[in-house]
Write a protein that binds this ligand. Structure first.
Ligand code: ZN
Length: 196
């Protein structure tokens, strides 16, 4: 993209130093990438996608694949970690002068395993369980509270609760409920909270 905009860059593949670096070359067609995929053991069902397939189609058929890898983890997980690692590895070599990691396929496989058994497997096994829940009003004589003192820092609310005839039509039904509830206690007070 930068080269297309006239910015002169070294466009040679940093993995093999032999071909123009394109996404499909870097992730799939480069000899280093080919070794990486070979060592990672691409499932036989997916091998044909690694030959001259359109880049986006190749990515899609692999990350949507339903086949399993030899490690028994879905290939889609292994593939996703693999291309992520290839890209990170390329950036490390270009920007941090790291050296080629010939064990990158092992790293990718174990990351996919860890992710699958910690997150992915649980997600696929999660089943919906319907639990009916309800609330039953306890008998008023079993609440165990006789005295109630409520402190608020909202003077307006306290005045509304204490008023004999609530003037606020919007809250009046709520206030009636609150007063009715307070009437269940032997002593019920509602004060403004005193800030010390
Ligand atoms: Zn290359």
């Amino acid at each position: 993209m930068l080269a297309m905009r006239g910015i002169i860059l070294d466009s040679c593949c940093p993995l093999c130093n032999n071909f123009l670096e394109t996404i499909s070359h870097l992730l799939r067609d480069c000899m280093v990438a080919k070794d990486f995929w070979y060592n990672l053991k691409v499932p036989p069902e997916m091998v044909s996608s690694f030959v001259d397939m359109d880049l986006f189609y190749w990515l899609r058929v692999n990350y949507q694949s339903k086949v399993s890898h030899s490690s028994l983890v879905p290939w889609s997980y292994v593939f996703t970690f693999a291309i992520w690692n290839l890209w990170k590895h390329r950036n490390g070599m270009v920007f941090n002068n790291t050296v080629l990691n010939v064990n990158l396929h092992i790293v990718s496989k174990y990351q996919a395993l860890e992710f699958y058994y910690c997150v992915g497997k649980l997600k696929s096994q999660r089943s919906k369980v319907v639990c009916n829940v309800s609330w039953k009003k306890p008998p008023s004589d079993q609440i165990g509270v006789q005295n109630l003192k409520i402190e608020l820092d909202a003077k307006v609310v306290v005045e509304l609760v204490q008023s004999k005839t609530p003037s606020n039509a919007f809250y009046s039904s709520l206030l009636v409920d609150c007063k009715s509830l307070m009437g269940k206690f032997r002593i019920a007070k509602c004060n403004t909270h005193s800030v010390k």
